[in-house]
Design a protein around this ligand. Structure first.
Ligand code: ADP
Length: 161
């Protein structure tokens, strides 16, 4: 069984992320979307909330599992029996960083390969941080976030204001 892992912070999951999830789920037998703990970031949503949001927007995809981890990605992949990391690639800015991470992961776990799915052109500009920025200005978010989670996002914004 070909198991792939799609890691990220997903704070929150956007329709750009969801597009990658849907496409990767058709390529692999099983896709594990893993919310990674990143000590350097100060997230809007807790780890549990981010997992819950992704579960809700992927509930129609039976071969997608949602998990979280504070392990090194290369170790997590080994433990879960996966040898493929899936990443979404937007403009050139993602490339340098992702290329470096792919090489490091391969160095730590030589069985681990990273595969890139290019972002769809309509999602090239989309990032969780941009959505958070726009949210503060009351912009309509239906082109950026899955419809189901917009109320969660609005509530969170309201609580933090
Ligand atoms: P961000 O906070 O920038 O949205 P994440 O860490 O949550 O980033 O992203 C996880 C993965 O999803 C990364 O591989 C990132 O390149 C990819 N990704 C993020 N947004 C998009 C998008 N709009 N289209 C395609 N891939 C994306």
């Amino acid at each position: 069984m070909k198991i792939a892992i799609y890691p990220g912070s997903f704070d929150p999951v956007t329709i750009g992320h969801l597009n990658i999830i849907q496409r990767a789920a058709t390529i692999f037998d099983k896709l594990i979307v893993c919310v990674m703990v990143n000590a350097g970031k100060n997230p809007m949503f807790t780890l549990e909330e981010r997992v819950d949001l992704i579960r809700r927007v992927t509930d129609d995809l039976p071969n997608v599992e949602v998990d979280s981890s504070s392990e090194l990605l290369a170790d997590y992949a080994r433990r879960r029996g996966s040898c493929v990391i899936v990443k979404g690639l937007r403009a050139g800015s993602d490339f340098e960083n992702e290329f470096q991470m792919a090489l490091i992961n391969k160095k730590i776990n030589p069985e681990l390969d990273t595969m890139f799915l290019t972002a769809e052109s309509q999602y090239m500009y989309l990032s969780s941080s941009m959505v958070k920025e726009l949210g503060h200005y009351g912009v309509d978010l239906s082109d950026f976030l899955p419809e189901k989670i917009i109320p969660d996002f609005q509530n969170k914004l309201g609580n933090r204001a």
